[in-house]
Ligand binder design. Structure first.
Ligand code: ADQ
Length: 425
């Protein structure tokens, strides 16, 4: 038993190792939970991000971090395997086919046990423990068995599939049992909660749409916005995409929509910036998606670009947080076109960067964010014409729509999200 009254358990610790030392990894979850962790003498249990590294608990920026070590087999079986090649595609409605492998499942159980034991060791008597996301669905049940005195919450950041899909999972009963160790499970959308409740009503559930830390998207200076637009040739319409390079995000679909509009002569003076963070690159489906995206970019630039004047500006790396605000502010049209997405924080970040009502958001109906940001130009990424129509509508945006969305995001930030969940718990 430890002495922490509040414990967050997540796959990753909120730090990245950069050249031998740790830096805070940016993200809303850290921003939302850091104040709670500090005020409630809390700690964060998670994997530091390096395979095979054993670390003692350490303090970082006033937060106590409890590292869980993963070896190469854990990384391959638990992380790349069961989490990202089984659960991720299954929970995103089979955009690619999930793989079901007994040895991955066994690693998932073993690693969930490591996390549960670490959390049990860190929590004080009667503490509150908040477990995050699909990688750790067995932790609540394991933790309840070890420590019946704890109050345990769980939040699922990704969608929860319809029962007919979930029931494909050979270990569906074990996963449900794991989740049943909770006192409260939170979902992004009512639709996810409803799907879950068709399987069991034994556990208390709720819908808590996650949001962003408004302080992280800094107001961009006018000069840097102008500079960015000049660098891409001062187009009439500057379009932007910002994603992890993941097959759920529909990056290829937005490129095909742009290509088709250029072909039809409906758009001409445009530039499209696609920022894509490398992601899960050892998994074949991710490599295929990257290949398809890069091929389309090459083709579009070859057909419609010119020397020194490409149509698509593509950056395959993570952009520092402080620069992201300039991209968002400079873009006339933001393209968020996932086939399926728990929430999609990029959509909210873009809206946050447009307090004046300028700009337009093209948003997939299948992103959780579409529930709250319903004034966006909504589209169906499975229907190319629908994406094209939304882009065309966004070329003449209604500022009232952006203002309403901006007001909503300002009122409903990530701190409000964390507060709502913890109060319900
Ligand atoms: P993700 O699938 O990672 O999150 P998202 O919500 O869009 O998706 O968050 C991505 C974050 O990474 C954003 O904050 C964005 O700014 C940042 N980012 C993306 N590309 C970047 C780049 N090239 N450079 C710098 N930063 C970049 C999962 C779920 C989502 C859910 C979140 C939170 O899949 O549906 O919204 O968790 O619950």
């Amino acid at each position: 038993m430890g002495d922490n009254a509040f414990v967050v358990v997540a796959n990753r610790l909120p730090v990245d190792r950069v050249g031998g030392r740790y830096e805070v990894s940016p993200g809303g979850l850290v921003a939302a939970l850091a104040p709670v962790l500090r005020s409630r003498e809390g700690c964060w249990v998670g994997w530091p991000g390096d395979v095979g590294v054993e670390l003692e608990p350490f303090m970082f920026n006033g937060i106590s971090l409890v590292p869980v070590a993963l070896d190469q087999e854990d990384f391959e079986g638990f992380y790349e395997g069961f989490s990202n090649s089984t659960l991720w595609p299954l929970y995103h409605d089979l955009i690619v086919t999930p793989e079901y492998k007994q040895e991955w499942w066994e690693r998932y159980v073993a690693v969930n046990e490591k996390f549960a034991r670490a959390a049990a060791g860190a929590a004080a008597h009667g503490a509150t423990v908040w477990v995050q996301d699909y990688q750790l669905q067995l932790v609540p049940g394991m933790l309840k068995a070890l420590r019946p005195d704890l109050t345990i919450g769980f939040f699922l950041h990704i969608p929860f599939p319809a029962p007919a899909l979930f029931q494909q999972l050979p270990w569906r009963n074990e996963v449900l049992e794991g989740l049943k160790g909770c006192d409260l499970i939170g979902f992004q959308r009512h639709a996810d909660e409803d799907n879950f409740r068709l399987l069991t009503t034994e556990i208390r559930t709720g819908t808590f749409p996650i949001s962003i830390d408004l302080g992280e998207i800094e107001a961009a200076p006018e000069a840097s916005i102008r500079n960015l637009r000049e660098r891409v040739g001062d187009p009439e319409h500057l379009l932007l995409g910002v994603d992890r390079l993941d097959y759920t995000k529909g990056i290829l679909q937005r490129l095909l929509a742009i290509e088709s509009l250029l072909e039809e002569g409906k758009l001409d003076d445009i530039a499209f910036i696609q920022l894509a963070t490398p992601s899960r690159e050892r998994i074949e489906h991710y490599r295929t998606t990257r290949r398809e995206v890069e091929e389309a970019i090459g083709r579009i630039n070859g057909r419609f670009g010119d020397v020194g004047r490409p149509v698509v500006h593509y950056v395959h790396r993570s952009i520092p947080r402080e620069q992201l605000g300039t991209y968002y502010a400079a873009a006339d049209i933001m393209l968020v076109t996932p086939f399926k997405d728990g929430m999609n924080l990029v959509a909210k970040e873009y809206v946050a960067a447009h307090p004046g009502g300028d700009g337009a958001l093209v948003l997939s109906e299948f992103a959780g964010a579409a529930v709250e940001l319903h004034q966006a130009y909504l589209c169906n990424p499975f229907d190319l014409e629908s994406v094209k129509d939304a882009i065309m509508a966004a070329t003449e945006p209604d500022p009232a729509r952006m203002r309403q969305m901006h007001d909503w995001v300002v009122e409903h930030d990530v701190a409000a999200w964390a507060r709502a969940f913890l109060e319900a718990l």
